[in-house]
Design a protein around this ligand. Structure first.
Ligand code: PLP
Length: 323
């Protein structure tokens, strides 16, 4: 497949219309005061299923042929991607199977079942679940929907960037949480295609930033996965990465790595000043601004990517803990 273009993002938007919410872009008075320039929050935490991942999953499933749809879709994600695939498939009348390891807590398993997916519990690690999902895809003819390194997933996430440009044409800088890079690649492609002078910031955590290590090495590398408040940013970029590493190399202006205390601070600020309950990954852009990592120059948009946080953990952070 040739490189993704702006045209693919418009096709994606057409395809997911009615499946995905167009989310609000809201001025943050407190962050604007802090930075000395207007700061807007793109509230993708308010997306259906609680994260932007519904955009990519909906686009990838909606783009399948009738034959492919009839054979169902499969994934091994425990987190926001698994929720998104389950929800999108149900909306489109496609059978979804989600493979989870025995380590996944019962409440997460039930949440994915509640969204209408069939859950298969296999093995003792995420790798076991991933392998079983691949095997299921090969044996049943089901289509594997990957969480980020897939053209239709990237194009779906890119619809978020199209919305930002339309909601705030004068935007000069954008802050985007960065893990596997599907969100970053899609949003940065949309915004730089329309407005090349925009400055893009990718934000990762210090603990286990696989994209950062891969950019440094010039090829996909594995990093040790460590517990972090931004758990949705954990995991590798895939040693066989096809799309998101090269797109990130091309579209990224600045990369920031945050310590856990900063991520906690971002979550607290979101709660106390914006009245938002955010998961760690959703708060890294706010945290980067509070840490003074971004120079004030023109209107800034922060992509607030998700809200699916365990409520006990959220409460601990709000009460001053950072773990
Ligand atoms: C998946 C996810 C990210 C990172 O997206 P990538 O495409 O993997 O870079 C950021 N925030 C939230 C809430 C997520 O679920």
């Amino acid at each position: 497949m040739s490189a993704l273009s702006l045209h693919d993002l418009y096709l994606a938007r057409q395809r997911i219309h009615g499946l995905v919410r167009s989310t609000p872009l809201e001025l943050s008075p407190s962050l604007s005061r802090h930075l000395g320039t207007p700061v807007y929050l793109k509230l993708e935490a308010l997306q259906t299923t609680g994260s932007f991942k519904l955009r990519g999953a909906s686009n990838a499933i909606a783009a399948l042929s009738a034959e492919q749809r009839a054979c169902g879709v499969v994934t091994a994600s425990t987190g926001n991607h698994g929720r998104a695939v389950a929800h999108a498939a149900a909306q489109l009348g496609v059978k979804a199977t989600v493979f989870l390891s025995q380590l996944v807590p019962a409440n997460k398993v039930q949440a994915i079942r509640d969204l209408g997916a069939e859950v298969c519990i296999v093995g003792h690690s995420q790798d076991d679940a991933q392998q079983a999902a691949q095997q299921h895809a090969e044996q049943q003819g089901a289509t594997l929907i990957p969480p980020f390194d897939h053209p239709q997933v990237i194009a779906g996430q890119g619809t978020l960037g199209l919305e930002i440009i339309e909601q705030l044409p004068e935007v000069e800088q954008v802050l985007i949480p960065l893990s596997g890079g599907g969100l970053f690649a899609g949003v940065a492609l949309a915004m730089k295609s329309i407005k090349p002078a925009i400055t893009t910031h990718g934000i990762s955590m210090q603990r286990g930033a696989a994209m950062y290590a891969s950019l440094q090495a010039g090829k996909p590398v594995e990093v040790e996965e460590l517990p972090t408040l931004a758990d949705s940013l954990g995991g590798g970029i895939g040693l066989g990465n096809q799309h998101t590493l090269s797109m990130t190399q091309r579209l990224l202006d600045q990369l920031h790595l945050l310590p856990e205390a900063s991520i906690a601070n971002g979550m607290r600020h979101a709660y106390q000043h914006e009245r938002l309950v955010l998961e760690g990954a959703g708060a890294v852009g706010i945290a980067a601004l509070l840490d003074g990592l971004v120079t004030a120059r023109g209107p800034v948009v922060v992509v607030v990517s998700g809200r699916n946080v365990d409520s006990a953990q959220h409460q601990r952070v709000i009460n001053g803990g950072d773990a």
